[in-house]
Design a binder for this molecule. Structure first.
Ligand code: HEM
Length: 424
């Protein structure tokens, strides 16, 4: 581009997405004129004298900042960057404001978004660069501040042109990454549903076979068996049906996302009774004393999620209570609009440092002699309670036990059977 005819008629930048402000528009807005272009070009040879020194000073600043230094651990990257940045800074003074100029700035924004150098780091670095430049420029012999000020202001304006383009590119790149992550999320969801259907089929087929074996045993040999043996086979058959139903319900919970419309008035009494029934063999084996309230209120929730979260919390309390002397207490405290359930045990307790970790998947606490488990029970309980708009917290005293508090919205007795307000 000719210095005499600077940016008049420069091609408008015709980018995509958020990067489509025309270059002419940018130049006009920043009042970057042909005079600025001439002044910048005049500065170029003077800046070239100290540009390498400037980049070194710039890097001392970056290395001194922990948030910047973490990007600069690889010396090969640093060498390449120094070269690219020196060239980049000098190109500000060449002032060739064309498509290529814009494209280079966008490239910096894209690279920074890819590696995670955020706009604040970039801006801070730029401001440092400007300060170092001013200092060196005005330190030269015979320079008079006022006459050179315009030139410095030209530089400032061009710096902000640069910043604007680069930041815009940064955000466009960052939202692109978000869109790609969302696409991956939906794809993973579809795959999860397919996997869940296959897994449910594979789990239910052997259950149906067991139920058939039970039927055959009862049909063919039922008459010759003692009554107790017949009862045991009958209850094994019942359990397989129940388990098959549970697999269907869990599958529907795992693959349903439209939850708000599914919240309904559900019985916490039934959820707790179900959990107690499933855990009765373990409760008997460990001789745990179980104290539960009766009756319990209805809450806004999802029947399967409530049942499974109560099961996980009760199972956790039973597992951690000592055999023979264990006491597990469930209480329900009614507030104005919510009900707080508490699952208390007299197990070993949870050290303060572990109280967040116990809700993370596969993160077990450092509690000694921890019973075997999947490492997912409390994680699922928390996820399911939160899905129902509730909250779960834990209190504990090492050596004396733990109390898990679950808060859910209570259904006023007049509204039982309705949908929750505002959810339909
Ligand atoms: C005045 C501010 C800055 C300018 C002018 C600038 C310039 C550049 C340029 C020209 C590139 C190469 C772009 C490409 O062609 O892909 C780049 C990439 C990069 N920049 Fe910056 N940068 C600045 C600030 C920073 C800061 C503060 C950091 C962090 C300490 C940083 C770290 C990086 C990294 C890690 C890359 C990618 C290097 C690679 O290719 O592996 N930059 N930057």
């Amino acid at each position: 581009m000719d210095a005499g005819q600077p940016h008049s008629g420069s091609p408008g930048y015709d980018g995509v997405g958020g990067e489509n402000r025309s270059l002419d528009e940018r130049l006009d807005y920043l009042a970057l004129s042909p005079q600025d272009q001439i002044r910048l070009r005049f500065l170029a040879p003077q800046f070239a004298c100290f540009s390498a020194e400037l980049v070194e000073a710039f890097y001392s600043h970056l290395f001194a900042s922990p948030s910047a230094a973490r990007f600069l651990r690889d010396p090969a990257v640093v060498d390449r960057l120094k070269l690219l940045q020196e060239r980049h800074f000098l190109s500000l003074l060449e002032a060739n404001w064309d498509d290529k100029y814009v494209e280079r700035r966008r490239q910096v924004g894209h690279s920074h978004a890819d590696v995670g150098v955020d706009p604040e780091l970039f801006l801070g670095a730029y401001s440092r660069y400007v300060q170092e430049s001013f200092r060196r420029y005005f330190a030269a012999d015979g320079r008079v501040m006022s006459s050179d000020l315009e030139a410095m202001l030209s530089l400032l304006k061009v710096v902000f042109l640069d910043v604007g383009i680069t930041l815009e590119a940064y955000f466009s790149q960052a939202t692109g990454a978000l869109r790609r992550a969302l696409d991956m999320y939906w794809k993973a969801n579809v795959e999860l549903r397919q996997f869940a259907h296959l897994a449910s089929h594979d789990l239910k087929t052997p259950l149906a076979t067991v139920a058939n074996f039970c039927d055959e045993a009862l049909d063919e040999f039922g008459g010759q068996m003692p009554v107790e043996a017949r009862q045991l086979i009958e209850s094994a058959r019942q359990r397989t049906f129940r388990m098959s139903k549970m697999i269907d319900e869990l599958l529907s919970v795992a693959t349903s996302f439209d939850l708000a419309s599914q919240l309904a008035a559900v019985s916490s009494q039934e959820a707790l009774e179900d959990a107690v029934e499933r855990l009765t063999p373990l409760i008997r084996e460990k001789r745990i004393r179980l104290v539960i309230p009766n009756p319990l209120p209805k809450v806004w929730g999802d029947a399967v999620r409530l049942r499974e979260s109560f099961y996980n919390l009760l199972s956790n309390a039973v597992k951690f209570s000592p055999a023979e002397s264990g006491v597990v207490t469930v209480t329900a405290r009614l507030g104005d609009e919510v009900v707080e359930f508490t699952f208390a045990d007299n197990g070993p307790g949870i050290p303060t440092d572990d109280r967040t970790a116990i809700f993370a998947p596969f993160r077990r606490s450092s509690r000694t002699r921890e019973p075997a488990g999947s490492g997912l029970g409390l994680y699922f309980a928390k996820a399911m309670i939160e899905y129902q708009g509730g909250q779960i917290t834990v209190e504990s005293e090492v050596g004396r036990g733990s109390r898990f508090h679950v808060t859910l919205r209570q259904v006023p007795s007049s509204k039982m059977g309705d949908s929750p307000a505002g959810s339909d």
